[in-house]
Design a protein around this ligand. Structure first.
Ligand SMILES: [Zn+2]
Length: 1106
């Protein structure tokens, strides 16, 4: 009964006060009244139509009312003849009839139940549709006081009036009675009419959508897709047809699947071969807000049978970076060429073809692509044959794929060139790029061959496809995508020029390829059941980068950079707006939000911690078992934990030795390295504490003689407002530590709030979380920190460089939650004068640079300058030692690049002089003189400071075909202090002509970091929000990066107010984005931080760096 408004809500006074246009309609002259006979006859025709079966008729209901005397009428199949009587009464009784509204469900998603917004609109629709018996109507009336909540309940119950997926009408009758009873209340003084007439010919317009879930029903399961795609690169459109073989597990009248922005031109459901059922004509309904299509058959599809669902459609190539989208590039001759490529993860396959677009609906795919003879088509599988359909049209047939999720399907139509090699396991590996860049593809090809071979060996599962293509797409939003057999990349994530590329791009490219190839197993072969466990894909791929590149490219020393991931993850995980690694969600924007540091970086960090805990062998055996057991299937968190637990019932048992096939036997070596002997392994219990609760623990260590007291609590920024659930937080922490007396890593599994570890002897110092391989931070009580600071000052190489980096990180995190003073943290940084290793240096810069950035935003010139001076002075010796060349190991080169850029941007004179010298030489030669790759960023940054230099760089940018260099130039251009130029950069990047739109997020964040640009960036974000969301998708990492990147150095209350005001003015879906909560929390934290620490920093600097 709650579906209908109570009588008091329908009193005339309530009506009188309403704003609804519908009121004008029914109190007006009722010109629409003339429509009534036509509607009546239409209803009459429909209800007696032989085409309609019982259930269809029940969807037809008519309720009419009059001022002062009202008649409610609901028509059912058994009583439809009286319908005309009602209408005749209508005609006689009143001159002010009322028909509330008419709007196609397609346009507003209200399931055919909607109120019209204006009278004018109603009249137009009525004029268009009412005389036409083949049209469809859904009239409803939303009475005043009918708030959003009730209104939506109203809608959802009303949906029951349509044919249900299972063909059942049991809920229909009670509804009808309810309506009838309510309407019969004699006290109503108003006229109310609800008329719902549905015609068979135009079901699509307004029939009731048969499904009200965001997730698809599970009783129609796709088995195989036959897909034909025909893009037209001139008109930027495409047509397609898909035939999906489905299995029906439960009788149903409706096939519900996904479709977004596809114009369906035809559809049918046919019974599978051998079945006695005839071909079914279907009606197509669309539910745009949920991106769903329903194909309604006149009779139920039978359980246990197979059918083929065919749909023909047409669409535009997307102008974004997802779905089936357009990409362009300019040749050296200046010609603009167009290609079309796909990016489907997570929910955009539905933009290219109607499909069951959820990861658990795995199926096989046969793809056919029609193209111009001068183009090349690629898809997941190898080409089987090409058929000439016409002299101007070729149809490429690709082999049938393995069973996989829709988000992994891919195709590209382009003029790309390729190079290939065959891996030692016989897989053909090719790299595709635009023709002019093919000479930059060799590094990626070699890396891919090595990495694919590594994975086949490591996982003991062959790569199941005959080929692996890696394609560099000129327009690409993220870094890369793991489509099975056809991985796609941003150009700068794949193309490498040994002469021009910097060491950091070599590291980055290798890791990205390692990531996408790891996905061919983690993600493609075994896929998460639903996006809530996205981390099973992404955390693993991130973690495997470390494992594989370590073996295939040891010279990159990739393990050095791993801890940075954990620091990054902790940065957002420390906020209240964080979420558990595994988080329930349904909506596409929420799904996109899962592609964040928590799924990727935290996922990788907790896996690394688990590997440490289980030992490398056990961990590997567990993974292999997991991948083998769940191949071509979908998994949840616990499936992984089960696989890892069942490897060895208890660690340390002699019987427990591991073999490649997943059997369990422990060998001598790993037995001796297992330090958890007395623990019974309950991997699930331990890992649940890391994946099902957000945040991470702070472990506080207090040393009393030989006793080490440890206590854990939830580390959280802004602890002034602890959450009510706070006390429930408890982790199982695999603690590791070394001491002044022993550098053997000791282990202790902490499972309670507090515990005590007893050392064999008293120690000078103790360092927990060795090499930062655990996902927690540590506070040393009493003089614990002083002892460690002393150690760093006196003999910092006693502990590893990762340990030093982790101390730098942890001490600043403790200042944030008021456990330590900022002076203590600055005291620690003094040792950096002697530091030479990349990670402690970069971490020191990561902590110190943002502090003066905050000051820049508050115009605290003197202290800001003083602080910059202190940092430069700290690193001066190391900066002075740098060669301006490309020699040295990868980490030396990456350190050089960072240090020189830092020094030059902070105007350290020796650096600036040198950079100016290089720049003018380069400029005089018109860019032909070769600059060492690793010093380019510094040289460009200095060059861009003059107007002339800036223009010269821009000119080079426009004519450069080498994307990595373009990124460096763009970064330098954004360092100018000229506001017009900064504004121009953002405008151009969004326009996408000279600067590609894919680079916009990078440009706006760079401008925001520039002291001259942060106002501009914020204004730009506000003014162009709609466009940005349209282009980059609500919830995407790009949007999140823009929001947090533009605001994360704000530290004043007016800035906070502005940010809050703008985002709260947005429509609900935008305003609720997690990145906005993060931005607000971060600014609040910055404000508090500055209020608390500014004066102290000033004093500390005066004392220690006069
Ligand atoms: Zn990934």
């Amino acid at each position: 009964m709650s579906i209908w408004p109570s009588a008091d809500k329908l009193s005339s006074s309530a009506y009188a006060s309403t704003q609804l246009d519908a009121i004008q309609l029914w109190t007006g002259n009722c010109c629409e009244y003339s429509m009534m006979p036509k509607l009546v006859s239409l209803a009459e025709k429909l209800t007696s139509s032989s085409e309609l079966d019982h259930n269809w008729q029940t969807a037809i209901s008519v309720t009419l009312g009059y001022r002062d005397s009202f008649i409610a009428y609901t028509m059912w199949s058994t009583m439809h003849h009286s319908h005309s009587t009602v209408c005749l009464q209508t005609e006689q009784a009143s001159s002010s009839c009322f028909i509330a509204s008419c709007k196609q469900s397609k346009n507003d998603g209200s399931n055919g139940m909607c109120s019209i917004s204006t009278t004018r609109r109603y009249r137009r629709l009525a004029a268009t549709h009412c005389p036409d018996a083949a049209s469809a109507f859904a009239f409803s009336f939303h009475p005043p006081g009918f708030g959003a909540e009730r209104s939506s309940r109203f809608g959802s119950v009303r949906r029951g009036a349509g044919p249900r997926p299972d063909g059942c009408d049991s809920e229909l009758r009670p509804r009808a009675q309810a309506v009838g009873t309510a309407m019969a209340a004699p006290c109503w003084r108003t006229v109310l009419a609800v008329l719902e007439v549905v015609s068979t010919a135009c079901w699509a317009g307004s029939a009731v959508f048969p499904w009200d879930g965001v997730r698809l029903p599970k009783h129609v399961v796709p088995l195989h897709y036959h897909l034909v795609i025909h893009p037209n690169l001139s008109t930027l459109t495409f047509t397609g047809s898909v035939a999906i073989d489905v299995a029906v597990t439960q009788a149903t009248r409706a096939v519900v699947l996904h479709s977004k922005r596809l114009n369906v031109t035809g559809a049918a459901v046919e019974a599978g071969a051998g079945s006695s059922c005839a071909v079914r004509a279907v009606k197509v309904l669309e539910m745009q807000p949920r991106e769903q299509l329903a194909l309604l058959a006149a009779e139920p599809l039978c359980a246990g049978h197979r059918y083929t669902v065919t749909i023909q459609y047409a669409a535009k190539l997307s102008d974004t970076f997802h779905g089936f989208y357009k990409s362009t590039y300019r040749t050296q001759e200046g010609e603009v060429r167009v290609l079309a490529s796909t990016h489907f993860e997570p929910t955009s396959a539905r933009m290219a073809f109607p499909c069951f677009d959820e990861p658990a609906f795995k199926a096989t795919f046969s793809v056919k692509i029609r193209r111009d003879p001068n183009h090349l088509a690629l898809s997941n599988m190898p080409l089987v044959k090409s058929v000439n359909i016409a002299s101007w049209l070729v149809e490429d047939h690709f082999d049938t794929s393995v069973k996989m999720s829709t988000y992994l399907v891919a195709f590209i139509i382009s003029d790309f060139k390729s190079i290939s090699k065959v891996s030692s396991h016989g897989v053909k590996i090719s790299v595709y790029t635009v023709p002019e860049k093919i000479n930059q593809a060799h590094y990626a090809l070699d890396a891919a061959v090595k990495l694919l071979d590594f994975y086949e060996d490591y996982f003991s599962i062959p790569y199941p496809l005959p080929k692996q293509d890696l394609a560099a797409i000129p327009d690409f939003q993220s870094g890369a995508m793991e489509n099975w057999g056809l991985t796609t990349y941003r150009e700068s994530a794949l193309l490498y020029d040994p002469e021009k590329s910097s060491a950091s791009s070599r590291l980055w490219i290798t890791m990205i390829i390692a990531h996408e190839l790891a996905h061919q197993w983690f993600g493609n072969l075994v896929t998460m059941e639903w996006w809530n466990d996205l981390w099973l894909n992404e955390g693993f791929a991130k973690f495997m980068e470390l494992l594989s590149v370590n073996v295939t490219h040891p010279e990159l020393r990739v393990e050095d950079y791993f801890l940075k991931r954990c620091f990054d993850a902790m940065e957002s995980d420390a906020l209240n707006s964080s979420h558990p690694v595994s988080t329930p969600m349904e909506d596409p924007a929420q799904i996109l939000e899962m592609f964040d540091d928590i799924s990727y970086e935290k996922g990788a960090c907790i896996l690394n911690m688990l590997r440490e805990y289980l030992t490398a062998d056990v961990f590997k055996a567990g993974l292999v078992q997991y991948l083998q057991k769940y191949s071509y299937q979908n998994t949840k968190n616990e499936d992984l934990w089960d696989s890892l637990t069942n490897i060895c019932p208890t660690v340390g048992t002699e019987k427990c030795e591991l073999l490649g096939d997943g059997f369990c036997r422990r060998n001598q070596q790993s037995s001796s390295s297992a330090h958890w002997t007395k623990e019974t392994l309950d991997v699930k219990a331990m890992m649940d504490t890391w994946t099902l609760q957000k945040g991470f623990p702070l472990v506080t260590v207090t040393v009393r003689g030989k006793n080490v007291h440890v206590a854990q609590e939830h580390y959280r920024k802004g602890v002034d407002s602890p959450s009510p659930t706070e006390n429930g937080y408890l982790w199982q922490i695999p603690l590791t530590y070394i001491t002044s007396k022993s550098n053997t890593v000791e282990r202790f599994l902490m499972r309670t709030k507090t515990d005590v570890i007893i050392l064999p002897e008293e120690v000078e110092w103790i360092k927990f979380n060795v090499d930062m391989s655990g996902y927690y931070i540590v506070h040393y009580e009493d003089d614990g920190w002083d002892r460690l600071i002393n150690l760093l000052r006196e003999n910092h190489t006693m502990i590893s460089s990762n340990d030093r980096a982790s101390l730098i990180n942890n001490i600043f995190q403790l200042v944030r939650i008021k456990k330590l003073s900022i002076s203590k943290a600055f005291d620690l940084t003094l040792y950096m004068k002697w530091e030479t290793q990349i990670m402690p240096i970069l971490q020191g810069m990561n902590e110190l640079v943002p502090i003066y950035k905050l000051m820049e935003r508050r115009d605290m010139d003197d202290t800001e300058k003083h602080l910059k001076d202190y940092i430069v002075n700290l690193l001066k010796d190391l900066i002075d030692k740098q060669f301006w060349s490309d020699e040295g190991s990868v980490s030396e080169r990456i350190l050089r690049q960072s240090l020189l850029l830092f020094a030059c941007v902070r105007r350290y004179q020796p650096c600036v002089d040198k950079a100016e010298e290089y720049f003018s030489k380069w400029q005089k030669s018109n860019g032909t003189v070769r600059l060492p790759a690793d010093v380019k960023t510094a040289v460009y940054a200095v060059g861009a400071q003059t107007s002339e230099g800036w223009d010269f760089l821009l000119n080079k940018y426009q004519h450069h075909s080498f994307s990595v260099d373009k990124d460096k130039i763009a970064s330098a251009l954004s360092l100018t202090r000229n506001k017009d130029k900064l504004q121009w950069l953002m405008d151009e990047a969004l326009r996408g002509d000279i600067i590609k739109t894919q680079d916009f997020p990078f440009i706006i964040v760079s401008v925001a970091r520039n002291p001259s640009g942060y106002h501009l960036a914020w204004t730009f974000l506000r003014e162009n929000w709609e466009k940005l969301v349209e282009k980059f998708e609500l919830g995407s990492p790009s949007i999140a990066g823009i929001v947090t990147g533009v605001t994360n150095q704000y530290s004043t209350r007016p800035q906070l107010a502005q940010v809050k005001e703008f985002f709260s003015s947005l429509e609900e879906k935008s305003a609720q984005l997690r990145c906005i909560q993060q931005a607000i929390e971060t600014i609040e934290d910055n404000i508090q931080w500055m209020d608390r620490n500014f004066e102290e920093i000033k004093t500390w600097l005066q004392k220690n760096h006069p």
